[in-house]
Write a protein of this length. Sequence first.
Length: 91
Amino acid sequence: MWLALLAVLILAALARFSALDLVPPGWRDDELIEIGMDTRIQEGWRPLYIREAEGHEPLFHYLHAGTLALFGHNTFGYRWLPAAFGLLSTG
């Protein structure tokens, strides 16, 4: 049973990460607003509440700012974390 689940997760990962620039967005779908906020976080902005993001808590934005710092401001850096969360929701 767990082998079937693992196979589904591997197939989902291959499908999701093989063409990050072609697949629809993952967990959050408004990437321009997300990237703007996450860039501000990289520059030192430390909110506990983000009005621009419909008022939700900033955990996703802090994590996304980290992936942007790690991978750079490119398609992979922008789309990796939402794709990873999408993959987690597959399981």
